[in-house]
Design a protein around this ligand. Structure first.
Ligand SMILES: NC(=O)c1ccc[n+]([C@@H]2O[C@H](COP(=O)([O-])OP(=O)(O)OC[C@H]3O[C@@H](n4cnc5c(N)ncnc54)[C@H](OP(=O)(O)O)[C@@H]3O)[C@@H](O)[C@H]2O)c1
Length: 224
């Protein structure tokens, strides 16, 4: 992913936080960028930017967004599954509503949005699942059940997808961006969205293997 001119990137949840910073950085590198947002709107404006309405909790919205994306581009070189929620981050026990919302958004919706777009992946495409160290077994604590389980499941999906593309040019990564100052991360987080976005893009360019979990904050990079 070194020659970035005329490459196409799709970023879910590109209207705020890390997703918006990723869009800004990739546009600067010459990518044609498609971001998704639930409202179908975004504050950013650029000739190479398109916005696609997508609610990952809604099957019909996923199907519709696929049709719109197919009409906009003929291939995808970089798919960044960034959209996510962490509604139970401060809860010690799971509650049914937030559990369902979180799994539907972070895991089920993300997986089936990705599956819908697989036919569009170019031969050397990269799929990035924005995960979290909170989903790693060695970091488990007894809170945020749904968030942790959703990110752990996303790591498993990363491995399964990487295995199914083994031997091709397509790579799949799970990336922890660090603790980032966004709506989700909160005001005390030490990393700015732009720093996280730059770290993610650098990691994507550097990593030669597939099926890798990368912590861009610590530099840790391990096979899932
Ligand atoms: N911030 C951190 O410290 C941190 C750490 C580890 C991992 N992450 C991960 O980084 C990713 C980005 O988070 P962020 O920190 O940038 O938070 P953010 O600013 O809250 O952004 C989350 C994005 O997800 C979108 N989204 C939420 N529910 C959705 C749905 N049902 N369908 C489609 N899009 C939906 C939001 O869109 P709306 O504007 O429509 O709500 C928003 O664009 C998440 O996957 C998060 O788990 C963040």
């Amino acid at each position: 992913m070194n020659n970035t001119r005329n490459k196409v990137a799709v970023i879910t949840g590109g209207n705020s936080g890390i997703g918006l910073a990723l869009a800004e950085n990739l546009l600067r590198e010459g990518f044609c960028v498609l971001i998704t947002s639930r409202s179908g709107e975004v504050t950013l404006s650029h000739p190479k930017l398109s916005v696609v309405k997508l609610d990952l909790k809604d099957e019909a919205s996923i199907a519709n967004s696929k049709i719109i994306i197919e009409n906009l581009v003929s291939k995808i070189d970089l798919l960044i599954n960034n959209a996510g929620i962490a509604d139970d981050i401060h809860l010690l026990r799971p509650t049914l509503d937030s559990f369902k919302d979180t799994i539907d958004t972070n895991l089920t919706g993300t997986i089936f949005f990705t599956e819908a777009l697989l036919p569009l992946l170019s031969q050397e495409a990269v799929v990035v699942n924005i995960s979290s160290e909170m989903g790693l077994f060695e970091h488990l604590q007894s809170n945020a059940y749904a968030y942790r389980i959703s990110k752990s499941g996303l790591n498993v999906y990363t491995k399964l997808l990487a295995q199914s593309y083994e031997g091709t040019g397509i790579k799949v990564f799970a990336i922890h961006p660090g603790w980032v100052r966004t709506k989700l991360g909160g005001a005390l987080a030490p990393v700015l969205p732009d720093e996280a976005a730059k770290g993610i893009i650098m990691a994507i360019k550097k990593e030669k293997d597939t099926g890798i979990y990368i912590n861009v904050y610590s530099g840790q990079s391990v096979r899932i």
